[in-house]
Every structure is written in C-alpha cells, then in structure tokens.
Design a protein. Structure first.
Lengths: 76, 684
C-alpha cells in the first residue's frame, strides 16, 4: 500500500487522506476544516522543518510537522 | 409606524470572512466591547436603527465549527439558545464557501433562525468561481444575500431580508441524513431521552442527539444533572465506540463525511468554475517569499523593526505634546484653584495626584493607538498568520505556541498592547501563559530608568549594559514560560494549525475602528483603576499634613524607610529607592521623576539637572548596586496599566495579584544574585 504520513510528501503532491491518528479534539478541528479520511488535499509547501502548508478545498492551512506525522495518506 | 422592541441579531461565521468589517459597517463606532460573562473571550455588541427600528447586533466569535469544546464555541450555542436572537446571520466567504457551509449545516441542526450573507463574491469571480445564490437559497430553504462588506454594498438588502425573515420565522426544513448506521445510533439515543422527557419536541430531540454523539460539551452539561444521565452516557459512549469500530474512523470523521458529502452535492449545483481565470499567482508568489525557510524570519524582523520605528517615531512627538498638555493643564489648574482659594491639599490632590498620575498613563495613548493600527493592518491583510507560521518552530523549542510570538514582540514596546494581543491565542491556557511571562520583557517605559543609571555609572558601556538587560528579560521570560508549562499544563501544547488566508487589502475604516476601540478600552478601564491608585499614592506622599510632598517624613517616605531593609541585600537599601519603586508601580517612567523629586532636583531633563541627579545617585549607589537596581526594575511588578488590562483579559483579580507577587519575588531573587554574586566576584 502506497501509504505514508503527510510530512513525507512534497510540494505539488495530491494526497488522499487514509487515516488520522490524532487526539479527538484535534481530529474534530481537522474535520471541520475539511480534512478527514477520503478527502483530497494538495501539499503546497514542505521543507521538513517548518510547519507544512496544505490546500484543503479552497484554503491554505499550515500544520505542525508533529501533527503532519500523524496523518496518513497516499499519493494520487 | 410603531417602534418594535429591539430586534436582536447574532453575527457568526468562519474567521477571515470579513465579519468584523460587516459588524463595523453596521454599527459604526457605536460598539460596546467587553467580555462574555465569566469568560476570557471578547464580546462585541452594537446598536443601530434601521427604518425606525432599534437593532442590537452581537458579534459572536469567529469559528470553524460549532461543536462546543472550547469557551468560544459554547458561547455561540449559548447565545442562540439562551438569548434567543430574532435572526442569526452567518457571513460566508465566497472564496471558501464549501468549508463555510460546514458551519451552516451545524447552525441548521441547532435550529438557528438563519440568514446567510455571502461576502467576497467579487474576489471569487476574479478567480473564475461563480456562485448561484438563488439556487443555494432554494436548496437550503434559507434566505441568501450577496454583499460586499468592504464597500458596504448589499447591506440594505440584507437588512430588508433580515427584517422580513424575523417576521416570518420560518426555519429551514433541511434534514441531513447520516446513513443507516449513524441514524440507528441516533435513534437509540433519542429513544432514551424521549422516554424520560415526555414533552420534548422532535426538533429539539434531533438537535441534541447529534450534539451528544459529537461529544459536544455543552449538550453534555445540559444532561448531566438528569436522573437518567448515567444510562444515557453509557449508551452514547457505546454508540461512538461502535461507529468508530465499524467505520474504522474517528466519530468526527464519520460525521464530517456526511456533512461534506452534502456540501459537495450542494456545490456541484451552485458553483461553476471557469478555470481559465484562476489567478492565485500573486498570493502564491508573495507567500513563497514570506514563508521561506531562510528568508521568512529575516523578512519578519525587518518588518518588525519598521513597525517599531514608525510607532516610536510617530508617537514620540505626540507623547511629548500630550505631556506638555498635561503639564499645562496642571499648571493652569494650579493657578486657577489657588486664585479661587482652594486649600493647598485640594490643589495638590488635583495637580500632583490626579493630573500627574492619570496624565502619566494617558501619555501611553499614542503608542497604543499606533501600535494597534499597524497590528490591525498586518492582521487584516493576512500577514499575521504568516508570522505565527514562521516563528512557530522557534517558539516550540521554548515551549510556546507560534501565535504567542506577536504578544511577546509587542512587549518590547509596551506591555499593554502585548497583553491585549494575547486574544489571538486559541486556548485560555496559552493566553494566560503568555500573559504571565509578558512582564519580563523590557518595555519602553523602563528605558528612562536604564538611561539614567547607565549614564551615571556605565558611561563607557551604555549600549552593552542596556542590551544585557533586554536580553536578561527575554531569557527570564522564556525560562518562566518553560517552568509554568511544566507545572501547570498537564497536556501538551495545543497543536499547531492555522489558516493562511489569501492576502487582502485591509479596510481603512475597519482599521481605525479597531485602533480606536483598543484606545478607548485602555483609557476607560486602565484610567479608572489608575486614577484610584494615583490618588492613593498622592495621599501617601502628602500625609501627614504639613509634610513636604514626597519627603522622608511623608507616609510614602516612611513606607520607604520601613521597606528599605528588604533591599539592603540587593545593594539599594536607601529610602529613596524604595519610594521610587513604590511609585514605579503606577508607571515605570515615574521612577526617574521620583528620584528627581526626592533628591530635590528640579528639571532633570536639562543637562545640569541630569548631572546633579547623577551626582546625587553616586552617593547612594555603586555601579554594582546600580545594575542590581536595574535588574530589579526590569523584572518587578508590571505597571498599573498592564495589571488593569490583565484583569480585564482574564476576567479575574486572581491573575494580576499573582503577577504582582511572583514578579516581585523573581526580581528580588535575581537582583540578590546579581549583587551578592557580583560582590563575591570582586565587582563593585
């Protein structure tokens, strides 16, 4: 299975979200923003030290690397 | 036309939708800002009239979701249920309409009397995105109005719609179905509640069931005191566990799936995209530069430096003018009251106590105003989010959140706007933590004290010594931040997630209102407390009757004498220092003036005055004790104005009092270490 955590992808990758292993509260916030299993996002910026920037629907969201390490997806 | 009783509107929406702009456009500067009762969240209310009707509009916190986990989220639900507004207006950002509709669904589920207002439609069209609002309105059974909050277009149409709606009180009949499995669980929950609450309405039942399944704290609280709660809760937990197991997802993902599925279907009906017109380029290009791994921070530092230059550059003349003004008022009143044969003590009270004390704080107004204006520009344009992004990595290393950076940087200018800026932090915990370490960051008001002592004792190394103090302040702030985190927050710092909104031109009127609002709040609240304390300090300096103002024989002097032994081990156990430090409680600049008064020197600003004060200081201080004194001034109690805003932001006296105690303790310890340690090392 071509599954990696978000922090392992690079700029321009389109990702389908497969799993989120965060606390309930954080997961809830991600869901409200449109990030949950089955949705598609795009990596806008990832330099592996600063927070990564992803595009969800039509907005740009920055996520800490720690958080990005707990979200699984595969490239499409 | 008969005047109706007040129409109440609640204004809600995602962050970055132009909600504040709309609020300001409707209420002008006639807003009242406070806190929601018992909470640390800002509440904005405004009143205006529309066609002879009185309207009250309440600005609810900007949120992405209404499931109540945090203070802000429960505020909105509370408002809808308890205050029962006539209309809830949700403002949507056309450029992000899908995500905005998530909240719309939740509002419908909460049975809010909803009217939708679509903002930034022009920007969406520029990007090639066209939204059919009529269709949206038909599909949701909710009125939808297009507006442009910046140019105030569509506002009268909005108010007409709101009015018409408030009379009809129709609710959207949309009912979201969550799929069989979820519905089954919802039915089970509803059955338990229904069998215990005979008179509950179906709509209310539906509302609360979905909220309970979501783990909404507010819904939970409503149920906890019911006799059947244990049974209900066990069922809810079982349902959640069951759903999470069969879907292999978190319950929120399960529900989001349905909600966004519905939104997806909706979007396909109402949105047409002309991709050839997509124009994200400028925003993207700017971002590549501003969020660049290597350039991001330097660019920010330059902008920050500019910010301070402009602030102090512009405010200095204004502050000088204000000082002259208060001086003039003081003198005039003095002459006037004397000629009217008022007793000396009254004159002294008014001139030295009130004008002197309050004026000394009102002098802050230009700095606060300008600083906040600049902050508002950075925030409304969207840059602030990039700052939090760029600083997050560094801040994490010292245990703080990226967003805490801005208040810290503001603290170098003035603690008052710094504390007020902590509002941008999402959790109460982060807000309080940032507020607590703020006093250690050397603010502009302490500078005169440093300049005085450094000029007298360290003339060769002035720059270095002052820099060392600023640096020490930062170190102590970071260190205390880490300690507080260790001691008080059991859970890990809140995760870093922030939206980077598209860059937008800030609205001038909005900015002015922002800045004015902050100035007004500061003046009002800080002014009243400071007035009270200024009078107290005046009294201490003037009594017993007949004594020379601020002399050794006055109460303040006596207090100084009594307290001074405490400062012996720190090297400055003279009564003048103690008195100056006491007066410095009101505002740090006062320390210098106090020394001047106590050593009997007039006009310390003049060169001759400065040197005679410097000479006078040499009698009671040594370079080492001077440094210890400056360390103490750096760290001890924040000024009255700061304490006043802390009280306001945290909604309790507990925190300001705690700050008074612990900053003084730390200041004492460190000054002690500096003085005694220095002596041991052979300095003097």
């Amino acid at each position: 299975m071509n599954q990696k955590v978000l922090s392992q992808f690079k700029k321009g990758d389109k990702i389908e979200i497969l799993g989120i292993i965060c606390g309930r509260e954080f997961t809830r916030r991600l869901c409200a923003l449109g990030l949950f299993e089955g949705t598609e996002i795009e990596i806008v910026k990832n330099d592996n030290s600063c927070p990564i920037i992803i595009q969800i629907l039509n907005s740009k969201i920055a996520l800490g690397q720690g958080e990005a390490n707990k979200i699984y997806g595969r490239k499409i | 036309m008969v005047e109706k009783s007040k129409l109440i509107i609640g204004l809600t929406g995602n962050p970055n939708t132009g909600k504040s702009t709309l609020f300001n456009a409707l209420t002008g500067a006639k807003q009242h800002v406070g806190n929601w009762p018992g909470k640390t969240v800002e509440k904005r209310e405004g009143n205006f009239t529309y066609k002879n009707n009185k309207i009250k509009i309440v600005d609810l916190p900007g949120l992405y979701s209404l499931t109540a986990y945090t203070e802000e989220e429960s505020i909105t639900a509370d408002f809808i249920f308890e205050e029962k507004p006539d209309v809830v207006v949700q403002i949507l950002d056309a450029q992000n309409i899908e995500r905005n509709l998530f909240m719309t669904i939740q509002l419908i589920e909460l049975q809010a009397p909803l009217v939708l207002v679509l903002n930034m439609d022009d920007l969406a069209k520029q990007d090639g995105m066209y939204i059919d609002t009529k269709k949206l309105s038909n599909l949701l059974h909710i009125p939808v109005v297009v507006i442009n909050a910046k140019s105030k277009k569509g506002l009268s149409e909005m108010m007409e719609t709101v009015f018409a709606y408030s009379n009809s009180k129709e609710r959207s009949k949309i009912k979201l179905t969550y799929g069989t499995e979820v519905n089954d669980e919802l039915e089970k929950i509803k059955d338990v509640i229904k069998s215990n609450e005979k008179s509950i309405k179906q709509n209310d039942l539906n509302s609360i069931a979905i909220k309970l399944l979501e783990g909404d704290l507010r819904a939970e609280q409503k149920m906890t005191h019911r006799p059947y709660y244990l049974e209900l809760n066990a069922l809810i937990q079982k349902s959640i566990a069951h759903l999470e197991r069969i879907f292999d997802k978190n319950i929120h993902s399960v529900l989001a799936n349905t909600r966004y599925g519905f939104i997806n279907g909706l979007s396909r009906e109402i949105i047409t995209k002309d991709l050839s017109r997509k124009n994200n380029d400028i925003s993207e290009k700017i971002d590549t530069l501003l969020t660049n791994k290597y350039l991001g921070i330097p660019i920010f530092l330059i902008i920050a430096w500019l910010m301070f230059q402009v602030t102090f550059g512009l405010s200095e003349p204004l502050m000088g003018w204000l000082e002259d003004l208060f001086s003039f008022i003081g003198n005039t009143l003095s002459v006037l009251l004397t000629s009217w044969q008022f007793p000396t003590w009254v004159i002294s009270l008014v001139v030295d106590g009130i004008i002197g004390g309050v004026g000394g704080v009102l002098v802050f107004v230009p700095i606060i105003g300008i600083l906040f204006l600049i902050m508002a520009i950075l925030e409304d344009s969207g840059y602030m989010a990039r700052v939090a992004y760029v600083m997050d990595k560094l801040m994490r290393r010292i245990g703080l959140h990226g967003k805490a950076f801005i208040p810290m940087i503001l603290g170098f200018g003035c603690g008052v706007p710094a504390v007020m800026a902590t509002r941008t932090l999402e959790t109460k915990q982060d807000r309080i933590l940032t507020i607590l370490i703020n006093p250690f960051i050397s603010c502009g008001a302490r500078l005169p004290v440093y300049i005085l002592f450094v000029g007298a004792f360290f003339s060769a190394y002035q720059g270095w010594v002052i820099f060392s103090l600023y640096f020490l302040g930062l170190v102590v702030a970071i260190f205390m931040g880490l300690i507080f985190k260790r001691l008080f927050s059991k859970n890990i710092s809140s995760p870093f997630v922030i939206e980077l909104p598209p860059y937008r031109w800030p609205v001038l009127t909005g900015l002015m209102i922002h800045a004015w609002e902050k100035i007004w709040v500061f003046t009002k609240k800080a002014g009243t407390i400071i007035l009270a304390f200024s009078v107290i300090i005046w009294a201490l300096a003037s009594f017993p009757v007949g004594v020379e103002y601020g002399s050794r024989d006055s109460l303040a002097g006596q207090m100084g004498e009594t307290i001074s032994p405490v400062f012996e081990p720190l090297g400055f156990g003279n009564w003048q220092s103690s008195v100056a430090l006491i007066f410095g409680f009101v505002a740090k600049e006062v320390v210098v003036g106090t020394f001047g008064t106590l050593y009997g020197i007039e006009k310390i600003e003049s060169d001759s005055g400065a040197s005679s004060l410097s000479d006078a200081l040499h009698e009671d201080f040594t370079p080492l004790s001077a440094y210890a004194f400056m360390v103490f001034v750096l760290l001890y109690i924040p000024c009255l104005a700061v304490l006043a805003v802390v009280k306001r932001e945290t909604n309790s006296w507990k925190w300001p009092i705690f700050m008074i105690i612990y900053t003084t303790v730390i200041a004492w310890i460190l000054a002690f270490v500096v003085f005694q340690g220095g002596k041991l090392l052979g300095f003097n």
